[in-house]
Design a protein around this ligand. Structure first.
Ligand code: ZN
Length: 466
């Protein structure tokens, strides 16, 4: 599904309207991520996993629409492929570039027409060499009793072939077979589960558009809890070996429904039809806002329960998941908002108002600190998750709030995820919306906080000086 068709057509794919699809969707930071020439609409994944051996066998059926006359097109994928079919007919395929699976259908695809590509594969994902561009980051973690697929921006390459960019969201159904006694958790709602012989097979449905990096797979001998909140299913899952983190992790994650309700008061209706959270001893080293089912490293809870990280990942369900970036350079639209939500939570808990927290972070980094050298509005690929993306991004929101006043600010914060719901967005569109709602010219405040290297002369509240 491509919300911003205009942007896709502006990619190199448009240059040739007959021929091969482009090997990248046109991202300014990751030019080879995603692909041109088609629009993925639905992924139907059928997976079988053997823990221990780390053997993943899969069959992915991708329903897509050609956006040009296509003699050839790419998927992004790293695992070993056995066969590829397009519309039921065998297709030839080749590996090119870092992570490209180049597919030549028996017959060229017609622009505007749907097609179905089916890829069968089997591999040991943890053994697949990690491409240099990920900086050694390994998004597939095999554990003694299962595995975890979690990463941003790269992760899908290790478990399903895709058009790997947030610009091409799609719906999903994911069926996973694991040994009896083992659980598999993925996104959305579990609609079916059956044990036959020594295998348990479950099917999950994500019926709202999802970016590829927001798909997750968590397999292990887990403690799975199910509940309901406002009629929506709640799934929480914990690996059984959390040890000293267990109690604090559960106490935190089990507050997800209350956190989501509280966030909805500011951000508008929750965009999805289920919610939850997973904590895993696979130790990813971070938390990630995987759609409806964020995943948390247990070490977030090493000093006791921590609801800030729960607030952060669930704020991303609006900012990042429902409203996804058009290009990775707009990452502050995700992280700035999720961080600002933490500051709002601080205010609610009586641990400092958002304004106070903003000024605290402004004062934390001295003017000569490297922190101020990264522009949150364009941090660069290597600094996608730099502190500036998070904290200076959130400071930009506080500065906006001071500039437009509380009434306009909360209106902007609620309107943005509503007008962009299940779509894609970029910074200029946010600025335009903020200007429309506030009736103010806001270039100066956004330039100062998002696009200018160096420490602004005064704090987000205009109170403290550098
Ligand atoms: Zn975040």
């Amino acid at each position: 599904m491509t919300a911003a068709a205009g942007l896709v057509l502006a990619t190199p794919a448009a240059a040739t309207d007959r021929g091969p699809g482009a090997p990248g969707i046109g991202d300014s930071y990751f030019p080879n991520h995603g692909n041109g020439g088609y629009d993925a609409r639905h992924y139907s994944l059928n997976l079988d996993y053997q823990p221990g051996a780390d053997l993943l066998r899969g069959r992915a059926r991708i329903l897509a629409t050609a956006t040009q006359h296509l003699t050839r097109f790419n998927l992004d994928f790293l695992l070993k492929v056995d066969t590829v079919k397009v519309d039921g007919r065998p297709a030839t395929f080749a590996r090119t570039g870092l992570h490209e699976l180049e597919i030549t259908p028996a017959q060229a695809l017609t622009s505007g027409k749907p097609f179905m590509v089916e890829v069968s594969y089997a591999d040991t994902p943890s053994k697949v060499p990690v491409p240099d561009e990920t900086g050694g980051f390994q998004p597939w973690l095999a554990t003694a009793d299962g595995a975890l697929a979690l990463g941003q921006p790269q992760v899908a390459w290790w478990w399903f072939p895709s058009n790997d960019h947030p610009l091409d969201k799609a719906t999903y159904d994911i069926t996973v077979s694991v040994p009896k006694g083992t659980q598999a958790i993925t996104n959305g709602i579990k609609v079916k589960e059956r044990t036959s012989g020594d295998k348990t097979t479950s099917t999950w449905v994500m019926d709202k558009p999802m970016a590829t990096y927001l798909a997750t797979l968590f397999i292990g001998q887990l403690e799975v809890r199910t509940g309901q909140s406002n009629g929506l299913p709640v799934v929480t899952a914990y690996s059984k070996d959390l040890g000293r983190y267990e109690a604090a992790a559960k106490e935190s994650i089990e507050q997800t429904p209350q956190v989501v309700d509280w966030l909805a008061g500011y951000f508008g209706r929750y965009p999805f039809r289920s919610m939850g959270g997973s904590v895993t001893s696979a130790l990813p080293g971070f938390a990630l806002e995987t759609q409806t089912q964020p995943v948390y490293d247990p070490r977030f809870f090493s000093r006791g329960p921590d609801t800030y990280v729960v607030v952060h990942e669930n704020a991303h369900q609006w900012f990042g998941d429902s409203v996804a970036v058009k290009d990775w350079k707009h990452i502050w639209l995700n992280e700035g908002f999720a961080t600002y939500a933490e500051w709002m939570w601080s205010e609610k808990l009586g641990e400092g108002t958002a304004a106070e927290v903003a000024d605290y972070f402004y004062g934390l980094w001295p003017a000569d600190d490297e922190f101020w050298q990264v522009k949150p509005g364009d941090p660069g690929a290597a600094d996608l998750f730099h502190n500036a993306t998070y904290y200076r991004g959130a400071m930009a929101l506080q500065a906006l709030r001071v500039e437009v006043g509380d009434a306009a600010f909360w209106n902007i914060v609620k309107t943005w995820p509503s007008v962009k719901r299940h779509g894609n967005a970029e910074t200029a569109e946010f600025v335009a919306l903020a200007e429309r709602i506030s009736g103010k010219q806001l270039d100066a405040v956004f330039d100062t906080w998002l696009f200018t290297v160096g420490k602004p002369a005064t704090s987000p509240n205009g109170t403290a000086a550098a």
